[in-house]
Ligand binder design. Sequence first.
Ligand code: AMP
Ligand code: ZN
Length: 480
Amino acid sequence: MALKLYDSLSRSPRELRRPDPTDPKDIFTFYNCGPTVYAPAHIGNFRTNVVNDVIRRLLELEFGQDKVKHVRNLTDVDDKTIRRAREEGRPLAEVTKQWTDKFHADCKALNLLSPHVEPTATGHVKEQVDMIEVLMEKGNAYRAADGSVYFKVASFDNYGRLSRVKERELKQGSAFASGNTGKDTTSVDADEKEDATDFALWKAHKPEDGENAWDSPWGRGRPGWHIECSAMSKKHLGDTIDLHTGGVDLLFPHHENEIAQSECCNGTTFARHWYHSEHLLVDGKKMSKSLGNLYTLEDITRLMGYHPAELRVALLSSHPRKQLNFTVESLHAARANLGHYDTVNQYLQFHSKGQKAKPAPEFLAVIEALNDDLNTPHALGLLSTALKSVKPLGEDSTERFASQYAGLQLVLFAFGFYFPVALAKAEAPAEVVSLAEQRWAAKQSKDFATADKLRADLTSAGWSMLDRKDGYSLEPLKKA
Ligand code: AMP
Ligand code: ZN
């Protein structure tokens, strides 16, 4: 079955297709709205990123690794990043680099494939200005007295098609109460706009922006948040993208505004397919600092003692288009499941004796369930059924094991699941792995004195060893 995803614009599941599969140069283009780099990302952000990563993996399985181009931006200038830099008395670029590096480290720990291009808003000011100029020429934008430039929503007939905001407006009153800015909320002067629904493309410089301003035909200032994605996707993926994704909170106004800007500027469809994943809740509530239920990856690993690989399993345990209620129990269940996958994987690797084979149908069924609008709960159910069928049948089961092993590799790739011990061994230097293995053996035989001595040796070598019931993981110690 071809990969099918729910399309938020047509409100139906649709197959994803390459525009022209007969053309070998034709590739599938995939854009996600990336993080705002002013603080560590939380596990809700990572749910969205992990779901996007599974989509990327399924696209690669469907079209081929070299036929997919994935772009995810970094929002490195907006109200929040500027505010953070000001509060800390540091240059904006220094603050955003710190949080970009942290985001990359977290993505690596969660086994996310890197996007092919990761453009930054500050690196694409010219592209954003160019687009705004076209919108001005075409009459879709206007300059206000203070030097800000706004998009004239009334100039785009299709405005509201994605979010059905106009219908909702009529029924519920103003959806534009926040000034149509989305998360980039503060520096918009509502009095400057011709209409409350209009949104900023260019924000004139204000004293609180400090030195974070660029020259433009309308005076010094900085780009609005929405134009960033329109300009960066145009530059790196062309005028029409095959798939655009993000969390549900971005549907309105961010994605609605991206469509308006891009379609008015380019005169063609902006994205052929839109996919939005639902939010993560913690203990049934929206995550927020004030409720004390906002978790970062660091909280999950250092405070709660779980591995990022286990978090990844927990994040994929419920349907991506349904809210995920995150609990400590869900991490516990993820640990047990991942341990089971690891055990069967090792069993199959050993018993397939290096034979190559086609993936077994019971594992292909798991991929089919993922291809059916990312039905992860069904896919995980089918995976556990497939794993139950792993047992010797008849005299020589090598061929069968080989085909199950090939099937399991495919499933592990699609989900992006991986095993902490294997990872630790792959990343740590050989002598560190050797110390860890000796310590593990000492602990198993209850020789705790030797185990303690070996832990001290590991610490001196700059590594910490985390014990768990069925294995261990190794992590480099942070330098003070
Ligand atoms: P931000 O850094 O706020 O721009 O968010 C980055 C991504 O995380 C966007 O795709 C958001 O839709 C998504 N996101 C934000 N909060 C949550 C949440 N609680 N659960 C899932 N995704 C979220
Ligand atoms: Zn965006």
